[in-house]
Design a protein around this ligand. Sequence first.
Ligand code: ATP
Ligand code: MG
Ligand code: FE
Length: 341
Amino acid sequence: MKVLGIESSCDETGVAVYDTALSGAAGLRAHAVYSQIALHAEYGGVVPELASRDHVRKLLPLVRQTLGEAGLSVSDLDGVAYTAGPGLVGALLVGAGVARSLAWALDLPAIGVHHMEGHLLAPLMEDDPPEAPFVALLVSGGHTQLVAVDRIGSYRLLGETLDDAAGEAFDKTAKLMGLPYPGGPQLAKLAETGTPGVFKFSRPMTDRPGLDFSFSGLKTQVLLAWRDSDQTDATKANIARGFEDAVVDTLAIKCERALEAAGCKVLVVAGGVGANKRLRAKLQAMTEQRGGRVCFPRPALCTDNGAMIAFAGALRLQAGQHDDAAVHVTPRWDMATLPAV
Ligand code: ATP
Ligand code: MG
Ligand code: FE
């Protein structure tokens, strides 16, 4: 089954074709992402109305380009999947409108995909995919969640952030040290040149039981350290390293606890912060030591993309699930309410 996937929940337009006849990484026939970063940079954050308009401009050309790269035409498709939420309502409506129209014109089944389920299932698109049950760490710009995956489509929330998401903390911390928007990846890059241990920040909420997170206090710790420092480039890198180590350690401690609580050996990590090199290394070491393993998508599929939507949609369409022919999005949507596959 060849499924066209469309992602437009925020500031990335993503399109892909996933073919279930070719499993693993080979199933991804083509994928393309257009990022609106430059459009929003001067505002220091995503402007919803500008995001919607840019999706309108970019989506159809990107569909054409992706099909071309896959060597397919629309008549080869067997289904259409699109992000139906959570996300910015206008941005979601663009993707949903295009997807539903294509599906209607081509007489194909279409399905609205939960953006976080897309992230969560992305590691399963790679070769040697894990099988449920496993524990998933979702670390993105808007979410930090630990989820018990009993089977595909059946998600139990084990813990989540009480304030900032991990990616949001990276972005805000980068901003307060003057790094350009969006700061997360830049802060991570800077941290590579920093010396560990020069600045030591706390590992929030690890001194008590539980699987919830809190990252907003770390940002304040960095603000104070930066303000009282000499503000040289070397210091900036050392602070970045101290911050990254604090976030990575905190995530690793909670992941280990979650695996323990769920009696699981397999950890799946997805979302933009999953691209972080130090996080990948730390979780690799932790799971290996427990005799298990950790599964990540390749870095390009950690951040928003159409591939994860095509893949998640394909799993549901294959199971016979699809939505009726209405343009409907769900800007706020609890993943626990999804039907099992
Ligand atoms: P959500 O999926 O929760 O709706 P989102 O779609 O905006 O949020 P993603 O695209 O999954 O989030 O990820 C973007 C986030 O990942 C940003 O906050 C960014 O700073 C962070 N990020 C990307 N690369 C890295 C990295 N190497 N290290 C740390 N953070 C990173
Ligand atoms: Mg984005
Ligand atoms: Fe995302």
